[in-house]
Structure formats: structure tokens, C-alpha cells
Design a protein around this ligand. Structure first.
Ligand SMILES: CC(=O)N[C@H]1[C@@H](OP(=O)(O)OP(=O)(O)OC[C@H]2O[C@@H](n3ccc(=O)[nH]c3=O)[C@H](O)[C@@H]2O)O[C@H](CO)[C@@H](O)[C@@H]1O[C@H](C)C(=O)N[C@@H](C)C(=O)N[C@H](CCC(=O)O)C(=O)O
Ligand SMILES: Nc1ncnc2c1ncn2[C@@H]1O[C@H](COP(=O)(O)OP(=O)(O)OP(=O)(O)O)[C@@H](O)[C@H]1O
Ligand SMILES: N[C@H](CCC[C@H](N)C(=O)O)C(=O)O
Ligand SMILES: [Mg+2]
Length: 487
């Protein structure tokens, strides 16, 4: 329990009606979860307006309300706090309510279009390997020590996030590695957290449905670095066009990593094959189990962060060389008839291009590349035609299929993808809406030595159709089809 006046520390107040000298027992941004003695923060969202649920929150026992607009009806025994920005206020309130857990551990955040999960997961595995108890907040899962919890989003809302970090602190974690998605940064889900370090991977096309312009998307990522404290470190990929911009206005200690130019953490790829990466990192030669140039970047970022956190370089490289990546990221399998299948979470044009160019470089001879790919519904439309053509550019055969159609008609999504194909692309592409049938067709088309890429869903264990999540697992379906067709 805490006093409302303490919980409001750092919040920009406009007006207060009622006493702030009252106890708050729970903080909620969803009226349906409010319990007796609760503080309800009304947020204007994309779908609904939390201000419409203030009455409901009070009927469930809320005694404090934080809002941008004062309601017409003011109830006795309820304290109303008007703020300029409810999202930002919620960030500070959540941190104060949970007693600022991020100040009690080392917290490192990762942002960028692609690579966040990989980098955060590798950091978690590395520091666990260095004998620390660690927490992970990621798209695939959240982990406290060795206990895995399901993750609903990449970066949870401010209340769930602070509660999670508090649990990590209470259970003795010394480090927390987390993904900071651009949407979460924009919605102040990470406002008020005390970061010790931040990493930037890259910025390419995604989430324009939400951010509207590339400039807004860039600004959301940059806000993370602009708000870092001076004691934190900030590491950027200087080979990315926007890598420098990210650190322009930060007061944190600045570091760079690169595969192409001089940098604090400099890497060079000596060999890139299906057995892994042979790299020179700041003059030390190391072999890694991860595959592909994009993972060379991820490994450099992880190495840089570990060095910034004071770990001995040789020990970092020794542990890092033994690690595998995150589930569903370049997840590689060879069937009994020697057909190679790769499940990868590439769901942006850049990621798809990277995965396919990695596959291309790994090909030895005349093996065919068969790509199965779709695009998610209720997400950025602009990436759909581009991803179809990207797939066609670097594959011998493309099967367009459904990803998570969500509330959209899957055929509309597929039509938008097909519209991006040039005539050569059209000739090698077929569309099979049913994802299971699409994977089956790919396995049928493949001969020994050929490579099947199933892109877009990676670790996901479901397919979301009209608000219902049906069990679906690309790796499981591939296995089933190999068993069925290779008998
Ligand atoms: C577009 C977006 O990010 N939406 C998120 C956002 O919703 P919103 O603010 O628009 O909420 P809303 O539904 O309009 O409701 C407004 C407010 O009214 C409240 N409400 C609503 C109904 C009610 O009865 N009572 C009530 O109090 C809601 O709790 C909310 O506070 O805030 C909600 C609470 O945190 C999130 O659940 C919701 O995530 C939706 C489900 C989502 O799909 N988000 C995705 C796009 C997302 O966040 N992705 C990123 C990036 C992914 C990546 O690249 O890895 C992520 O970090 O996961
Ligand atoms: N550094 C990188 N640069 C470009 N592409 C990458 C990089 N790292 C991974 N990828 C590709 O992007 C896909 C997603 O990687 P990852 O899950 O690590 O990214 P993410 O930023 O967490 O994505 P999301 O925002 O959806 O959670 C991978 O499956 C791979 O195809
Ligand atoms: N975190 C990303 C994941 C996309 C994964 C893809 N399978 C899809 O459903 O579009 C998002 O919510 O936009
Ligand atoms: Mg992620």
C-alpha cells in the first residue's frame, strides 16, 4: 500500500480535487481490473477512451482517478487528479507504486526494427552463463531466473512491466534485459524506468500503420535514447543510416559497433556458413553458432553491452561462442531426405531480405529456395507488396499464404501482396491461403538439398483469425509434413 501523494511523484499535475493523503491498493489502466481502494488511470486509446469507464472504475472500488479531462460528475470520497498526458503519468505512477524496482537492478533495453528479441535473449543467456540471475522481457517470453512466463506483447504496459520487474528484483535478479518496442516508447510504457544501458539495432520499414510516417517512427526510437540518464551507456549500430541520429541528443555514454567502419566494437566476418559465423571481434578470432550477417551485428551489440557492463572480454566471447539464438529465428532443420527447412520470424521487408540473402550466401550449388510467407492483418499495409517481391527476388518458388489475418479478410491481404509482384515474380509465385496446405506444398515441391524458408511467424504457436487464436506452429507443421511425405 502507498499514499497517493507519494505515487504522484514526478507526475505533471494540472488540477487535483479531493485529498491525496489516501491509500492506494492497486493501480489499473483497465477499469475491468479495478479493485477496492484502486487508482484508475483513464487513457485515450486507439479503440476506446478510458474516460468513458471512470464511472465503472468507481463502482468497482476506485478511490483515485487520474485523467486528462475532469468528468462532469465529481463523486464524494474520490480524488480526481487531472494531468496533461495520462500515458506519461501512468509511467511515473507505475514506477512509484511498485517502489521503483528498476533502480534496484541493472536494466538494459534494446530497440530497433529487427534484432531486439535476438539481442535481448542473447544478453539474458550470456549473463546467465556468467552466473548472474537474470530477467528477460521479450516478444517470445518473459523469464525470471529460469522461470518462463507467457508474453502477450513485446513490451508490456507500464503497470504489468513494473510489477514484473519488481517480481524479478524480489526473486533476486541482478540484471534485466528487455525489448523496448517503438509503440511502447511512444505510449510511455517505459517512462520512469531507470535504464543502465540501451542498444539500437537498425531502423527499416515497419509499424507505419501506427506511427504514420517514417519520421515519427524514428522519433519514437530516438526518444528512448533522449531520455536515458547520464549514468547509462548507449550503443548504436553505426552502419545503419540512422544509427548516429539515435545518439545525437542523449546524455548517456555513447558507443558504436560496426562491421564496416571504425567503431568502439568492431567486427569482421571471416566465414559465414551453415555451421556458424567465424568472426574477428576487436582483433580476437571467435566462432559463433549463430548464422548470417545480421546475427554478426546482433553478436557485436551483445558483446559491446557486456563490455560496457564491466564483464571481462575473453570470458564474454567464450560464453557467447557457445550460445544458440532465440526460438524461431533462423531455426534450422534437416529432414531425413536432406531437405533443409528454416523457420524465421522475418515479418518485415528488411528481415525477409536479410534472411533470404543469408540463405543465398549459404547455398553451395543448384539447390532450390522455396519461400512460404504471408503478412499479418491489422498491421502496416505498405510492407505487403514489398515482401512478396522480396521473396520472389531471392527464391526459386514462392508460396504466398496467411500469417495472422486478425480482423482482416485473408484474401485481401494476399491480393495486396500479389500486387507487388513483377512478371518474373508472378511466374514463380502461387497463393495458398491455408498455411498448413502452403507448407505441405513446399515440402512436396522440395527435393533433397533444397531449402524451404517458412517466414513471418517464428516462435508463434497460434494463428489469430477474427479475434480467436487457433493453435498453429510452423515447426510442428513442417515436421508433420516431412513425416507424411517422406515415408
Ligand atoms: C495499438 C496499441 O498498441 N494498442 C495497445 C494500447 O491500446 P489502446 O491504448 O489503444 O487501448 P484501447 O483499447 O483503445 O483502450 C483505451 C483505454 O481504455 C481502457 N479500457 C477499455 C475498455 C474497458 O472496458 N475499460 C477500460 O478501462 C483500456 O484499458 C485502455 O487503457 O494499450 C493497450 C494496453 O496497454 C494494449 O493492450 C494495446 O495493445 C494492442 C492489443 C496491440 O496489439 N498492440 C501491438 C500493436 C503492440 O503494442 N505491439 C508492440 C510492438 C510489436 C513489436 O514490434 O515487437 C509491442 O510492444 O508488443
Ligand atoms: N540485426 C538484424 N538485422 C536485420 N534483420 C534481423 C536482425 N536480427 C534478426 N533479424 C531478422 O528479423 C527477424 C526478427 O528478429 P527478432 O525477433 O530478433 O527481432 P525483433 O526486433 O524482436 O522483432 P519484433 O519487433 O517483431 O519483436 C529474425 O527472424 C530475422 O529474420
Ligand atoms: N510484434 C509484431 C509481430 C508481427 C508478427 C507477424 N506474425 C504478424 O502477425 O504480423 C507485431 O505485432 O506487429
Ligand atoms: Mg521482438
Amino acid at each position: 500500500m502507498s499514499l497517493l501523494q507519494d505515487i504522484l511523484y514526478k507526475v505533471h499535475l494540472e488540477q487535483v480535487i479531493g485529498s491525496t493523503n489516501i491509500e492506494v491498493t492497486n493501480v489499473q489502466l483497465d477499469s475491468r481490473k479495478v479493485e477496492s481502494g484502486g487508482l484508475f488511470v483513464a487513457i485515450k486509446g486507439a479503440i476506446s477512451d478510458g474516460h468513458d469507464f471512470i464511472g465503472k472504475a468507481i463502482s468497482l472500488g476506485a478511490t483515485s482517478i487520474v485523467c486528462e479531462d475532469m468528468p462532469a460528475e465529481i463523486k464524494e470520497n474520490v480524488t480526481y487528479v487531472q494531468v496533461k498526458n495520462s500515458h506519461e503519468a501512468l509511467g511515473y505512477i507505475a514506477n512509484n507504486f511498485y517502489d521503483n524496482p528498476s533502480q534496484k537492478i541493472k536494466l538494459v533495453g534494446v530497440t530497433g526494427t529487427n534484432g531486439k528479441t535476438t539481442i535481448a535473449t542473447l544478453l539474458y543467456k550470456l549473463f546467465t552463463g556468467l552466473n548472474y540471475k537474470c530477467g528477460l522481457v521479450s516478444t517470445v517470453q518473459n523469464i525470471i531466473g529460469t522461470k518462463a512466463l507467457a508474453a502477450e506483447r513485446t513490451t508490456p504496459d507500464a503497470v504489468s512491466l513494473c510489477a514484473l520487474i519488481k517480481q524479478m528484483v524480489d526473486e533476486g535478479c541482478q540484471y534485466v534485459f528487455m525489448e523496448s518496442s517503438s509503440i511502447a516508447i511512444d505510449q510511455d510504457r517505459i517512462t520512469g524506468l531507470d535504464f543502465d544501458g540501451a542498444l539500437f539495432s537498425n531502423l527499416t520499414l515497419d509499424h507505419l500503420d501506427y506511427h504514420k510516417t517514417f519520421d515519427n517512427y524514428l522519433k519514437a526510437k530516438k526518444k528512448f535514447f533522449d531520455e536515458l540518464p547520464a549514468h547509462a551507456f548507449a550503443i548504436t549500430n553505426i552502419d545503419d543510416k540512422n544509427g548516429g541520429v539515435m545518439l545525437q541528443n542523449t546524455v548517456a555514454k555513447k558507443y558504436t559497433y560496426s562491421l564496416k567502419t571504425l567503431a568502439d566494437f568492431k567486427g569482421r566476418i571471416l566465414e559465414n556458413s551453415l555451421t556458424g559465423l567465424e568472426m574477428l571481434i576487436n582483433e580476437t578470432e571467435v566462432h559463433f553458432r549463430l548464422i548470417g550477417e545480421f546475427n554478426a551485428y546482433n553478436l557485436l551489440a551483445v558483446y559491446g553491452a557486456a563490455v560496457c557492463l564491466g564483464e571481462p572480454k575473453d570470458e564474454v566471447l567464450r560464453v557467447l561462442s557457445m550460445l544458440s539464438g532465440a526460438e524461431g529465428r533462423f531455426d534450422y532443420h534437416v529432414s531425413s531426405s536432406k531437405i533443409i527447412s528454416i523457420v524465421d520470424y522475418a515479418h518485415t521487408p528488411d528481415a525477409l531480405e536479410n534472411v533470404l540473402s543469408t540463405i543465398k550466401k549459404l547455398r553451395k550449388g543448384s539447390e532450390k529456395v522455396i519461400t512460404v510467407v504471408g503478412c499479418g492483418g491489422d498491421r502496416d499495409h505498405s510492407k505487403r507488396p514489398i515482401m512478396a517481391q522480396d521473396a520472389a527476388n531471392q527464391s526459386d518458388q514462392v508460396i504466398l499464404t496467411s500469417d495472422n489475418p486478425r480482423s482482416e479478410n485473408p484474401y485481401t491481404i494476399l491480393k495486396e501482396m500479389e500486387a507487388g509482384l513483377n512478371s518474373a515474380g508472378k511466374r514463380k509465385t502461387i497463393t495458398i491461403e491455408d498455411r498448413k496446405e502452403a507448407i505441405k506444398a513446399a515440402v512436396k515441391f522440395a527435393n533433397p538439398g533444397d531449402i524451404i524458408l517458412v517466414a513471418g511467424k517464428g516462435h508463434e504457436k497460434y494463428q489469430e483469425i477474427n479475434g480467436v487464436k487457433h493453435h498453429f506452429d510452423d515447426k510442428e507443421v513442417l515436421k508433420e509434413m516431412f513425416e507424411l511425405l517422406e515415408k
